[in-house]
Design a protein around this ligand. Structure first.
Ligand code: HPA
Ligand code: ZN
Length: 336
């Protein structure tokens, strides 16, 4: 381990792009399948891992939806989120904004309440026991229609105060942000900040649509924005953060290898890029492993690493005082 590796491990950071269902480790998947009597096509951790061979986003999503079928009880959602938060805390993540996909559960007959109660209890215990701030961002599945997203938002209304935002994920190609204009407008009218996955496999035009039609305050991934110089200039001018996920990009073949990853180009262009894990149980690493891998591949400097960590707090959806506290802790760490 180099000095820079040790520095990355200890660096206070925020994680803004993590799908809680994507933190389901094979061990927990098999244990919950047993606990809940759910049949899976795998007999061992090794056979689960052997299936994780993807050439595009959809290959992963097929296994991701199959994996989440073991989540049935409130306790399952709690255990899943708490396991993630413990790993995050061990990596010096101080603030987490956690995506969840209620339609992936409601469509299997799991009540919204079961999902939100388990995740919320973990979020509260995470703050009390681990000192991690943050909250839950409810995502709509873009391969489903807007009416389904509207019904999901209706279901969430009683728990509005448990959400810090609304997002958009799942199969990007052929499902432009424009499909969800009305439901995003309604979410914004409820005071919920919005984000959307865009420019992962879809074109730069989807990033533009997410800004213009969904009013998003951050872009999840955003790699393809680099195809469009006018869009880059706008993202820089409007200080729109990008939640970049290097190991996800590698595993889903969004980049051919990490040496070709656009992260350094994003920083050099003045974009507010952050580093995140996306679906750590499926892509081979949590947030620290993402920093380590991309640092090595691009030979990022210590200053660039610090910029990425600072950006992660700057881009967070939290009260000014919470944000100032995290930034002060980062500065204190750097002064040591
Ligand atoms: N992209 C789109 N949808 C997702 C992802 C992703 O990387 N992870 C979980 N749902
Ligand atoms: Zn994602």
């Amino acid at each position: 381990m180099t000095d820079l590796d040790a520095f990355i491990a200890k660096l206070p950071k925020a994680e803004l792009h993590i799908h809680v269902e994507g933190s389901l480790e094979p061990e927990m998947m098999l244990a919950l399948a047993r606990r809940n009597g759910v049949a899976l096509p795998y007999a061992s951790v090794e056979s689960v891992q052997a299936a994780y061979c993807f050439t595009q986003l959809q290959d992963f999503l097929d296994l991701y939806y199959q994996g989440m079928s073991v989540l049935i009880e409130e306790q399952d959602f709690y255990d899943l989120a708490m396991a993630y938060l413990r790993r995050a805390a061990a990596q010096n993540v101080r603030h987490c904004e956690i995506f969840f996909d209620p339609q992936g559960h409601m469509d299997r007959g799991i009540p919204f309440r079961t999902v939100i109660d388990g995740l919320w209890r973990a979020r509260c215990d995470g703050e009390r026991e681990l000192g991690i701030t943050g909250g839950l961002i409810m995502c709509f599945l873009r391969h489903l229609d807007e009416a389904s997203a509207e019904r999901t938002l209706d279901e969430a209304l009683p728990w509005r105060e448990r959400l810090i935002g609304v997002g958009l994920d799942s199969s990007e190609k052929g499902h432009p942000p424009s499909k969800f204009q009305r439901v995003f407008a309604r979410a914004r009218n409820l005071g919920l900040p919005t984000v959307a996955h865009a420019g992962e496999e879809g074109p730069a035009a989807y990033v533009r649509e997410a800004l213009d039609l969904l009013g998003v305050r951050r872009i999840d991934h955003g790699n393809r924005a680099l195809d469009d110089p006018t869009l880059i200039a706008r993202l820089v001018a409007e200080k729109i953060p990008l939640t970049v996920c290097p190991l996800s990009n590698l595993r889903l073949c969004v980049v051919p290898d990490l040496e070709e990853h656009p992260l350094r180009r994003m920083l050099q262009a003045g974009l507010m890029a952050t580093v995140n894990s996306d679906d750590p149980a499926y892509f081979g690493g949590y947030v620290t492993e993402n920093y380590l891998a991309v640092q090595r591949a691009l030979d990022l400097t210590r200053d660039e690493i610090v910029t990425l960590a600072r950006n992660s707090f700057q881009a967070a959806f939290c009260d000014k005082s919470v944000k100032q506290g995290h930034l002060a802790a980062l500065d204190a760490f750097l002064a040591e």
